[in-house]
Design a protein around this ligand. Structure first.
Ligand code: KQY
Length: 364
């Protein structure tokens, strides 16, 4: 593995869309007891279901700590690779490498990770083991690595169409906890050099209360070039309404890198999900402070599905909107099996299906 100091765009590399073919997917086994209720017992079951669903059509690799290795190996089927690797938590999308390709070769990008805002408004400290994972994974996959460690970015804060367009949110990328010394134009320039894109569509916000500073992957995702799904509610009294409406206005007035208008499909949200007494009671404190409060609203959405080669792995919450979301996704992905996974036990950790998975592109 070489550490490269050039940039992917100049080397002819770009970030493909999630809907293009993958060679695999990476997840990290959950265990930290101030993120995951009851020491992660239920979260691990949910992660296992996500792994099995993805493994039906692509190679899944799970990173587990020394402590969880035997358990992960026991709970996961043999066709899923388990490797021992230390981390601070379980957010593969955000700090596994962002993989780029030129169609013949794959390389990884190692961004700087600071737990969604560092000492400004980050969610935990320390995050050093997470931040080392991209390098370790580039070694594991034997791919050359671009060192972008001067730039703070999480994989969940960007989506690309693989044809030159990237969507993101201002709430996250312009947050004081990311790259406060860079202007919006400089950030665009960096994204262009690293991901081979030429157009950024800036949404203002994401999902109400999303503790990542509103990652795009929970509110808006490409389903094909020039077509996106957008998390939506018709309830104007819900604080989410104004956020989704603002995204809709921006998307409907945007063109992509190829000059095409963006078609927006609304993906209706579940009713708000609140942390229960039982869930709260199952969490350890962080630095002597509780990490959740009873009745706190969680950032529930269906947009954080994972597009596997032959399937779309989507969350469900036991809400009456679950079936409507499944139908919407089935219409949008007629070639893929829709696999719903009960995701409340991922949501209570502040997560979703997209942010626990990192795809690896396929090459010819
Ligand atoms: O990308 C994400 N949604 C990660 C959320 C981290 C939450 C930590 N408690």
């Amino acid at each position: 593995m070489r550490v490269l100091t050039s940039n992917p765009r100049d080397d002819g590399f770009y970030m493909p869309a999630e809907f293009s073919k993958h060679s695999g997917c990476i997840l990290i086994f959950p265990e930290r007891s101030d993120s995951w209720a009851y020491g992660g017992y239920k979260a691990r079951k949910a992660f296992v279901e996500v792994c099995k669903a993805i493994a039906k059509s692509e190679k899944v690799t799970v990173c587990a700590s020394e402590k969880q290795y035997e358990n992960a190996r026991y709970l996961l089927p043999d066709n899923i690779r388990v490797v021992e690797m230390s981390s601070n938590d379980s957010w593969a999308r955000d700090y596994a490498p962002t993989f780029v390709t030129n169609g013949r070769e794959i390389r990884g990008i190692n961004w700087s990770f600071n737990a969604w805002g560092g000492l400004f408004n980050g969610l935990y400290f320390p995050w050093d083991k997470d931040d080392k994972m991209a390098r370790k994974l580039c070694d594991l996959y034997d791919v050359d690595m671009y060192d972008m460690s001067g730039f703070v970015l999480e994989g969940g804060s960007i989506h690309t169409d693989g044809e030159g367009t990237l969507i993101t949110t201002e709430a996250c990328l312009l947050s004081g906890g990311r790259n406060p010394d860079m202007t919006k134009e400089q950030i665009e320039q960096k994204l262009a050099e690293c991901l081979g894109i030429s157009k950024v569509i800036w949404l203002k916000n994401g999902i109400f209360g999303d503790e990542t500073d509103e990652h795009v992957d929970n509110i808006c995702a490409f389903v094909k070039p020039a077509e996106v799904v957008l998390a939506w509610t018709d309830d104007e009294s819900d604080p989410q309404y104004a956020l989704s409406k603002s995204c809709l206005d921006i998307l409907e007035n945007s063109t992509d890198a190829k000059g095409r208008k963006i078609k927006v499909h609304k993906l209706y949200l579940p009713k708000p999900v609140y942390v229960s007494e039982d869930e709260c009671g199952g969490l350890d404190t962080m630095d002597f402070e509780p990490t959740r409060t009873v009745g706190e609203r969680l950032a529930a959405s269906y947009v954080n599905f994972y597009i596997a080669n032959n399937a779309v792995v989507m969350p469900f919450f036991g809400d009456e909107a679950d079936e409507r979301a499944r139908e919407t996704l089935a219409e949008l992905f007629p070639e893929r099996e829709i696999i719903p996974i009960y995701a409340r036990d991922i949501l209570t950790g502040g997560g979703n299906i997209h942010c626990i998975t990192q795809q690896i592109p396929a090459i010819d």
